[in-house]
Design a protein around this ligand. Sequence first.
Ligand code: ATP
Ligand code: MG
Length: 226
Amino acid sequence: MIKLQNITRLYRSDEIETTALHDINLSIGRGEFVAIMGPSGCGKSTLLNILGTIDRPTSGAYLFDGADLAKMSEVKLAQHRARHLGFIFQSFNLVDDLTIFENIELGLLYRGDFKGSRRKAVEAAMDRVGIAHRARHYPHQLSGGQQQRAAIARAIVGNPDLILADEPTGNLDTENGAQVMDILHGLNKAGATIIMVTHSPSHADQATRRVDILDGQLVSSVAQVL
Ligand SMILES: Nc1ncnc2c1ncn2[C@@H]1O[C@H](COP(=O)(O)OP(=O)(O)OP(=O)(O)O)[C@@H](O)[C@H]1O
Ligand SMILES: [Mg+2]
């Protein structure tokens, strides 16, 4: 599904040049559940942002089902994201003045689905993460665990085949973190490919593959027996 070839990402300011990623080569197959680990500042979010096409590599190729996304136009990339991707962030990133229903529906508006089919999809996504009873609430009226489950519903409402999660359990207690992991496992069993950045060794152990990054370089990529 995914093939990264010699991906490098430099950040240049007037005097400083930071190499956030250096010569990353990585292939990920459909149906994998990949955990990305490494110390703060090693390049995990940069890698996830490139995988999510919200950032471009300075050099290298990003093949997705054979097409090089590193060279694709912004219009084409927006279509690619709407069709294939779901994002989950550490800090939920829900819109404060929209209800939970409206937040989740946002994931579909760019695709031009009709109102009735949007409602069905939003309700199915809310059911899946157990927050249907909070549809009319606003994000600040929900607990952290509920907000993250709403954010997962927003990410999956369009049935993405690739889910990218940047420390999805980072702001949650053990129980809510375990619930989020259960939801991700369910989505993976249903066919979604998942790439998750985590600082939690026990959550990383639940993935089918563990990728370690250090100072912008990939140091290991190991299949795990569950
Ligand atoms: N917009 C930017 N401009 C300049 N440097 C940046 C920018 N974004 C990230 N960097 C640098 O790139 C490197 C990798 O950052 P990144 O956010 O990918 O780390 P991370 O592994 O996700 O860290 P954390 O675990 O703290 O989230 C860091 O040295 C960071 O300072
Ligand atoms: Mg990060």
